[in-house]
Design a protein around this ligand. Structure first.
Ligand SMILES: [Zn+2]
Length: 292
């Protein structure tokens, strides 16, 4: 259990009032890693036994209309209760400004995403298409100087390109336009720029990004295999979006099912070592190299 009695009430008050998503219940011997989930954002009583299945595990705190003070409260609860292998990221940092960025950097998030689909005071979202604002550019430069990656998930193509001209970036949860075109998915040219800059890309499990409708584990494989065939395996991992979406593919609805998905890769001729890199080791190495 993440929270003490006191901090649990903090979560109850501060977290969005949404029903906790499906949770994996079984302990698995093998492990996966996860570049993006909303274990903290949407679960009032996060089930940290999940870290026995997913570690390292990057847990996002979603801005979602919260004030900076509300985000800070959740982050402090995270620090008070964090477990080994658990990392912080920030999603939709629309509250970020010149006054609070120093404190945000001191939290040492793995990455910070500037928007959540729509344009805001920092950047253009993928549904609106705008570019970085002057404030957004300043924030990107400061975060980059501190070694904190910009997360391009949810940014417009224009804003992604601008971010990449200023700073190293990642995309913690996306699929590929080359496999299924969607405004939340990334094009191969921008993916290459992220990888060339030392970034990591997490392939996500959201059905509408995978296929536009119903999806299953094979669709996740198709996107992952595209990435690997095009760019090599070293820059990719999975960013599940577990607890942040109800649109999960059949057979990939929790960390236990994700682990079972390895058989698809073995069946397609992937070696055990390469499959392990994709499911766990690439993200583990990325975090070991880049996070302090
Ligand atoms: Zn997201």
């Amino acid at each position: 259990m993440l929270c003490t009695e006191v901090s649990r009430s903090v979560f109850a008050r501060e977290c969005l009032k949404k029903t906790p998503r499906t949770r994996a219940r079984h302990i698995y011997n093998n492990m996966v890693s996860d570049f993006h989930n909303d274990l903290l954002t949407f679960c009032e009583q996060p089930d940290l036994s999940l870290l026995k299945q997913a570690s390292p595990c990057v847990c996002a705190v979603y801005g979602g209309g919260r004030t900076f003070e509300q985000v800070r409260t959740i982050v402090h609860c995270f620090f008070a209760n964090r477990k080994k292998g658990m990392y912080l990221s920030l999603e939709d940092a629309s509250w970020l400004n010149d006054e609070n960025i120093g404190e945000v950097c001191s939290w040492r998030p793995v990455c910070v995403s500037l928007t959540h689909n729509r344009d805001n005071k920092l950047a253009g979202g993928c549904m609106d298409g705008g570019g970085l604002t002057e404030r957004g550019k300043r924030m990107v430069r400061v975060l980059a100087q501190e070694g904190i990656f910009i997360d391009c998930a949810h940014l417009s193509g224009q804003s992604m390109a601008q971010v990449l001209s200023l700073a190293p970036a990642v995309n913690s949860h996306t699929c590929f336009n080359a496999v299924y075109p969607h405004f939340r998915n990334i094009g191969d040219a921008l993916a290459k720029e992220i990888l060339d800059g030392g970034g990591m890309i997490g392939i996500t499990f959201v059905g509408k990004f995978l296929t536009g409708g119903k999806a299953d584990a094979q669709d996740v494989f198709r996107h992952a295999d595209h990435a690997v065939q095009k760019f090599g395996i070293g820059g990719f991992c999975f960013g599940s979006d577990f607890f942040g979406t109800d649109d999960l593919p059949a057979g990939v609805r929790n960390f236990e099912e994700e682990e079972k998905m390895r058989s698809l890769f073995f069946g397609a001729g992937y070696s055990v070592a390469d499959t392990e890199r994709l499911f766990r080791v690439n993200l583990q190495n990325f975090l070991a190299k880049n996070c302090r």
